[in-house]
Design a protein around this ligand. Sequence first.
Ligand code: PEP
Length: 249
Amino acid sequence: MRRKLAAGNWKMNGLTASLSEIGTLAGDLPETPCEVLICPPATLIAAMAGAVHGTGIAVGGQDCHAAESGAHTGDISAAMLADAGASHVILGHSERRADHGETDADVAAKTEAAWKAGLTAVVCVGETEAQYRAGETLAVIRSQLAGSLPGGTTAANTVIAYEPVWAIGTGLVPQMDEIASVHGAIRAALSDRFGADMADGTRILYGGSVKPGNAAEIFAVANVDGALVGGASLKAADFGPIVAAASAA
Ligand code: PEP
């Protein structure tokens, strides 16, 4: 049985004062919560790790370098994230792929670095609007998975996030049957490459304009094991109901 995961990606948002949202979120957690992960900017990881202590909420990074250390000004290694209190790291987010030219091979190298530091990798895949309109969604997703997931991928060391680029921050969401079709194809691709047991145990999150108003419907879709949430993860008033919906699903 896969436990649902509600993951928040704060992106480049949040100052020390934003940590108060964590106290509110933790205070409102359901009795039997789903797994909850918040990925704040790197500057807040250590403080957030302290703030979530004893709540069961996990903290993650939003990227890491593929190298363990060295002359990479401004970058952060996976070991540094772990040292600051992170247990997870988002890799291959479409904003990293677009803004920093990250390739599938880069994502695979970062994923291996994350595992080496003991982090769970949250590997993102998703088609652009043009690819969606051209009917290329499944081909794009299969190709990104093939290139971004190293051979050692397991249900324990990796979570997949399907995030259509055109749904991120736009308020647009695919039809539920479209989400079902992509998530089913992802699980089938995992099974083909890594075996049925690994595929059965791996969480596949949906991401893209998840809000309190649509979360329950999305979590009811086959093969959706939670969500990666951007804008609606910044405020406990929005993320709390999403966590509640995932916990109830
Ligand atoms: C994201 O960036 O991972 C995301 C899903 O953003 P939003 O929820 O704001 O669409």
